[in-house]
Every structure is written in C-alpha cells, then in structure tokens.
Design a protein around this ligand. Structure first.
Ligand SMILES: NC(=O)c1ccc[n+]([C@@H]2O[C@H](COP(=O)([O-])OP(=O)(O)OC[C@H]3O[C@@H](n4cnc5c(N)ncnc54)[C@H](O)[C@@H]3O)[C@@H](O)[C@H]2O)c1
Length: 251
C-alpha cells in the first residue's frame, strides 16, 4: 500500500498504459482522478476502478488546453484536498512518412504529447509547490524518443522533448522536493485487436522479443511515483524488453 493517503492524477487513464497506471496506483491505496479526452473510455475505466473498490473520480479534459488542465488539477484538490502524484500517459502515436508529413499531424502530436506534458507538469507542480510537501511527476515517454523510427518524426521528437523536459523539470523542482522521472515503454500491447503480431524489425532487435503488457509499464511508473524512488530524479527508465540497449543480437 505505497500510495495510501496519496492523491494521484493520471492522464490518458481511460485506456491502455494510463489505465494500467491508474489501476496500479489505486490498488496500492491512491485516490485517483481519471483524466481523459474520451468520455466513453474514461467512464468505462472509472467503473472498472470502482468495481475493485478504488476511490476514483473522473475529469474529461484535453491536456493540450491550459484551462482544462487547470480545471483537472483543481478537481483533484476539490475532491481530496491535495495533489501528490501526476502521471502523464495521454498521448497520440500518429505516424506519417517524413516527406509527406503535414503541419496538421505535426501540431496535433506535438501539442498533445509535448505541450500537453509541459502544461500538466507545470500546473501540477505549481499546486505541489503551494502545498509545500513535495510530489512525484511521472511521464510516459517512449523508446521512439531515444532513437529514430520510420514515420515517427513528430512522435519521436515529442517523446525526445518529454525526456529532456523531465531532466529540466527535475533540476528546477528538486528544491521543492518534487521528483520528475519518465518511463520509456517499447512496443506495448494496448490494442490487441489491431496490433497483431510484434513486427519483425522490432522483434529481432528486442532481447525479450515480445510486446510489453500495460501492467509491466505500470509497475515501473508506480516505482517512480512512490516514496521508494528517493534518489532518482530526471531519469528516463526504459521498459522495453531490452530494445534500446541491444546491439548485435547474433554471432
Ligand atoms: N502502446 C505502445 O506501444 C507505446 C509505446 C511507447 C510509448 N507509448 C506511450 O504511452 C502512452 C499511452 O499509450 P497507449 O498505448 O496506452 O495509448 P492509448 O491510445 O491506449 O491511450 C491513450 C489515452 O490518452 C487519451 N488521450 C489522447 N489525447 C488526449 C488529450 N489531448 N487529452 C487527454 N487525453 C488524451 C486517449 O483518449 C486514450 O484514452 C502514450 O503517451 C504513448 O505515446 C505507448
């Protein structure tokens, strides 16, 4: 019960990795505000959390809109009097070949993944500073922010930005006892119906050779959100089956 008496706001908690992080934090005692842009998914996720006895509330918000992010943080404080943990998983994974990439896709991905990450981090950190007893911020980056990938110019740049944002925030917020870290998942099975088999080019470069489960990413995020994470800040922790460390795999 590492999160007993803790209040957590989880973005993208309506589906996939964010939903798994919300479930993990709640299972260890956190009160969780489910924040998502998709009302149907978010309501479903809330029902599932409450069905297992979690204390959870809902806030429909677009993380790329400052007023909506401010309303979400205010909602957590309204319900439970404070905010201890921010976990930012909401994101878009849209891809397009570089030469055909439109301004629209670039702005959509960067606005949601990077600007949204900045907004959530800033608004949550201001609340934590006001409270005066520290906090934990965890971003969900990606191994696409560590190396290049086909079709991923916007997505990779947004996640590389999150990794650097994590470092800069860690430096400036350390004085307030606010720890900022990221988990960088590799291919994770959040939509089994459309993802099918792990593609060959990923499988042959991944020592573990399989998709990760959302719960396996949540395990790392939960450590980074906990008080056990007491000497780690500004770090991006790859949870990717060894993808980012693999060099030669044969011979
Ligand atoms: N699934 C993977 O293989 C993988 C790998 C590496 C990194 N990631 C990252 O993990 C995070 C979650 O991915 P996922 O696979 O769980 O995706 P998902 O699509 O299953 O879930 C993302 C959630 O974010 C919400 N969302 C999207 N835009 C939003 C916005 N503007 N405001 C609020 N909510 C918004 C969606 O409604 C959805 O519920 C993303 O940041 C993604 O880049 C995923």
């Amino acid at each position: 019960m590492r999160f007993e008496n803790k209040v957590a706001l989880v973005t993208g908690a309506g589906h996939g990795i964010g939903q798994a992080i919300a479930a993990r934090l709640a299972s260890e005692g956190a009160k969780v505000l489910v924040v998502d842009i998709n009302p149907d998914q978010a309501s479903e996720a809330l029902i599932e959390l409450r069905a297992v006895g979690a204390t959870a509330e809902l806030c429909i918000a677009d993380i790329s809109q400052r007023a909506e992010v401010e309303a979400a943080v205010a909602r957590a404080v309204e319900h439970w009097g404070k905010l201890d943990i921010l976990a930012c998983s909401a994101g878009l994974m849209d891809r397009e070949p570089f030469l055909e990439m439109t301004d629209d896709l670039w702005h959509r991905v960067i606005d949601t993944n990077l600007y949204g990450g900045f907004l959530c981090g800033q608004v949550a950190a201001r609340q934590m500073v006001k409270q005066g007893h520290g906090g934990r911020i965890v971003y969900v980056a990606s191994n696409s922010g560590i190396f290049g990938g086909r079709g991923r110019a916007a997505y990779g740049a947004s996640k590389a930005g999150i990794i650097n944002l994590t470092q800069s925030m860690a430096i400036e917020l350390a004085a307030h006892d606010i720890y900022v870290n990221a988990v960088a998942p590799g291919p994770t099975l959040t939509r089994p119906e459309v993802q099918g088999e792990l593609m060959g080019s990923a499988r042959t470069r991944m020592p573990l050779g399989r998709f990760g489960k959302p719960s396996e990413i949540a395990t790392v995020a939960a450590f980074l959100a906990s008080d056990e994470c007491s000497f780690v800040t500004g770090h991006t922790y790859a949870a990717d089956g060894g993808f980012t460390v693999a060099g030669l795999m044969e011979g």
